[in-house]
Design a protein around this ligand. Structure first.
Ligand code: HEC
Ligand code: HEC
Length: 228
């Protein structure tokens, strides 16, 4: 198990670094030339099991988009937006679902079928989806609640770990503009222990925060930065 986790982290680090390399840079690192293979018609027929990024883009569209949205912005209740999420964070969560350490029936079922290479492929694809701002809310944000949320985020170091823009990085997730229902559920889950997390970071961060304040934080983060 320990070995497995170590391997995962090694793998995720490499992937995460790769995901942050601008496409131009990656191209020049691999020689700078476009080496497109000639693909005669016959080749297509005998298409080998594709393992490239486009394969996972296709598999994402087939398997994941129904719940998470084609562009990674979910319309489904309690289903997180994945757009703009970091590869390292995504692969870690897929690992937790697969190992049954993060409980959700739908996601556990999906993750159970994944080999390590699949987790890496999906996490990599997720990292290519540009962050999509949440749809404009029907009503203006409650200014007092936003101010309270901002103060709580400052006081409890949410901004310290997740960044002043709440965009996260590496193993720390982007939370800015995430669905409010999902944020609420996640924060409550870290507090009541139903979502243990990969490390203790979040359970410690929320342990001293009252549930009403967690809900205010969710309200603030879901509308961040637009409602500021
Ligand atoms: C049936 C709906 C459904 C399908 C299909 C599905 N997901 Fe999910 N996914 C969810 C839900 C719901 C959650 C939140 C689970 C929770 O509350 O713990 C989630 C969570 C996640 C997370 C964690 C996000 C975070 O912010 O922590 C990742 C990563 C993820 N899914 C990736 C995928 C990938 C990749 C696929 C396709 C291979 C996929 N999902 C297919 C419903 C789905
Ligand atoms: C010490 C660093 C740290 C602090 C402080 C911190 N976080 Fe986190 N947060 C993390 C990490 C790391 C994760 C990934 C959780 C895991 O281990 O699986 C996370 C996960 C989350 C998630 C789940 C996102 C998702 O997509 O499922 C939310 C929401 C969140 N944090 C909000 C907050 C809020 C609100 C605060 C302030 C009360 C906060 N965080 C403070 C590091 C931190």
């Amino acid at each position: 198990m320990t070995l497995c986790v170590a391997m995962l982290i090694g793998m995720a680090t490499v992937q995460s670094a790769g995901a942050q390399t601008p496409p131009g840079k990656a191209a020049s690192a691999s020689g700078g030339t476009t080496t497109k293979r000639a693909t005669p018609g016959a080749d297509k027929k005998a298409a080998p099991a594709a393992t490239g990024a486009s394969d996972y883009a296709q598999r994402y569209a087939t398997v994941c988009a129904a719940c998470h949205g084609a562009n990674g912005r979910s319309d489904m209740p309690a289903t997180p937006a994945l757009a703009g999420q970091h590869s390292f964070y995504a692969i870690t969560q897929l690992f937790l679902f697969r190992e049954g350490r993060r409980g959700n029936e739908a996601m556990t079922a999906v993750a159970k079928t994944m080999k390590d290479a699949d987790m890496r492929g999906f996490a990599d694809h997720i990292a290519t989806l540009p962050a999509v701002p949440p749809p404009a809310p029907a009503t203006a944000a409650d200014a007092a609640r936003m101010t309270k949320g901002q103060a709580l985020a400052q006081e409890h170091k949410c901004l310290f770990c997740h960044g002043a823009d709440l965009a996260g990085g590496q193993q720390v997730p982007r939370v800015a503009g995430q669905r409010e229902d999902y944020l609420k559920m996640s924060l409550r889950g870290f507090k009541d222990g139903s979502r243990p997390g990969y490390t203790m970071a979040m359970s410690q961060a929320v342990s001293q925060i009252a549930v009403e304040d967690l809900d205010t934080l969710a309200y603030f983060i879901a509308r961040f930065p637009a409602g500021k």
